[in-house]
Design a protein around this ligand. Structure first.
Ligand code: GLA
Length: 464
């Protein structure tokens, strides 16, 4: 009876409500279809957005199809590329030496020649330190009239053989010669500036076969850098010689916003000095402009102080590691004729240099801070790699006054633990045996750092 009742009721229900149910089923199916479509298009859109952004990351053959959108947020370089000066120079940050940090105005041709000799003898030249750059004070205090043309000339007391002879000497060693000028009336040490003399001076530098020009910002006559610096770019371009153009504008007018179309590098900060406070402050300022740097145009946080005596071994190691990660020009600023074994060890760490010279050219940046005043820091950047692998350079930097554990979750680095292939310690020169599932970390001494390359295979793949 009961069964009958149910059956009857079922039958009568289906008879009465079938159209209604069918309508509901249709509505649900349509809804499901829309849902499915929107999931797939949003997935597609996410992928398209990801690949659009990765066009920037894709320079130098980086495989854009394997980048997860997480990377694009963390290692964004979307400001790179639209403005870069394309003079074929500076595909990787320049490496070499500069006289200013150690010698100041006490520079002469003997120092330059002996430095070139030392770069070769120590093996630094072979590691890539090829520019030998004379900073301020090389020039005679007045221009010399040659057939009515007021030409720059070297100081006859300190550079009696002339700059062309010095260039020949440096070139003979397989190195390159850099020189210093100023986009104002005078250089900072009151030698003749090039403002108004750009064409003439560029021709003179080219005739001396100079390879690099650092162009300073003193005595600017109240004219904006955005007017003064392009004039020398155009003058250099008009010579037949390729001259690396290093803009030294001290970050006054936010050069990252305009200098990429003018020079191959641009100083982002005031002068560095040989102290922990100065070095850390400068690293932080330079970090703000990470999205703007890349092959052909680099943020320049000023030259290295490693080996000048004002910082500890650990502090210099941090200085070098962070500069390498930030894709800063690696211009040695100490007396390479008299380096301690520790200084040479830091400057010649090939694994760290390779991070700096990586062909992707993506500036590593601060991605995580913890501890008092954020003194426990994690810096990281993407490196070039062959698909499907991805490589990250990671620096754990302890800016606190005591040794501490620094850790960061894998996710914050954009990494999924299950796909990690290896982690290599660039200062210990060995692979780590074991790593934790949830986070990455290590005990780091005060003011010291650890630097790693982590290789992994992301899960995000393109079907094409
Ligand atoms: C400025 C620059 C320094 C150095 C000196 C030389 O201060 O920023 O790097 O070149 O001038 O006078």
């Amino acid at each position: 009876m009961a069964l009958n009742l149910v059956r009857t009721r079922d039958l009568s229900l289906s008879k009465l409500e079938f159209p209604l149910i069918a309508k509901r089923v249709r509505m649900v199916s349509v809804f499901l279809l829309i849902l499915l479509l929107s999931i797939s298009t949003s997935h597609k859109r996410l992928f398209i957005e990801a690949t659009e952004h990765t066009e920037k990351l894709a320079f130098h053959g980086f495989d854009k199809s394997i980048l997860a959108s997480k990377y694009l947020q963390i290692y964004n370089n979307s400001k790179y590329g639209t403005l870069q000066l394309d003079n074929g120079l500076g595909k990787t940050p320049p490496m070499g030496w500069n006289s200013w940090n150690h010698f100041g105005c006490s520079v002469d041709e003997r120092v330059i020649k002996e430095t070139a000799d030392a770069l070769v003898a120590t093996g630094l030249a072979e590691l890539g330190y090829v520019y030998v750059n004379i900073d301020d004070c090389w020039a005679n205090k007045r221009r010399i009239l040659v057939f009515v043309a007021p030409l720059l000339a070297p100081d006859p007391n300190t550079f009696p053989s002339g700059i062309k002879a010095l260039a020949d000497y440096v070139h003979g060693k397989g190195l390159k010669l850099g020189i210093y000028g100023d986009a104002g009336q005078l250089t900072c040490q009151q030698r003749p500036g090039s403002l108004g003399f750009e064409l003439l001076d560029a021709m003179v530098l080219a005739s001396w076969e100079v390879d690099y020009l650092k162009y300073d910002n003193c005595y600017d006559m109240g004219i904006s850098p955005q007017k003064r610096y392009p004039a020398m770019r155009d003058a250099l371009n008009s010579t037949a010689r390729s001259i690396f153009y290093s803009i030294c504008e001290w970050g006054v007018d936010d050069p990252a916003l305009w200098a990429p179309r003018v020079g191959n590098s641009w100083r982002t900060t005031i002068d560095i000095s040989d102290s922990w406070e100065s070095m850390t402050r400068i690293a932080d300022i330079n970090d703000k402009w990470a999205e703007y740097a890349g092959p052909g145009g680099w943020n320049d946080p000023d030259m290295l102080e490693v080996g000048n005596g004002g910082m500890t071994y650990q502090e210099y190691r941090s200085h070098f590691s962070i500069w390498a990660l930030m894709k800063a020009p690696l211009l040695i600023g100490c007396d390479v004729r008299n380096m301690s074994p520790q200084t040479l060890e830091i400057l010649s760490n090939k694994e760290v240099i390779d991070v700096n010279q990586d062909s992707l050219g993506l500036q590593g940046r601060k991605i995580n801070v913890s501890g008092k005043d954020g003194c426990l820091q994690v810096w990281a950047g993407l490196l070039s790699s062959s698909a499907p692998e991805i490589r990250l350079a990671i620096v754990l930097w302890n800016r606190c006054s005591t040794a501490s554990m620094i850790s960061v979750s894998w996710l914050e680095l954009g990494v999924i633990f299950d796909v990690i292939v290896s982690v290599r310690d660039l200062w210990e020169h060995k692979f780590l045996d074991s790593i934790s599932r949830d986070s990455f970390g290590a005990e780091v001494d005060s003011h010291d750092c650890k630097m790693y390359i982590m290789t992994h295979i992301p899960l995000f793949h393109s079907e094409s």
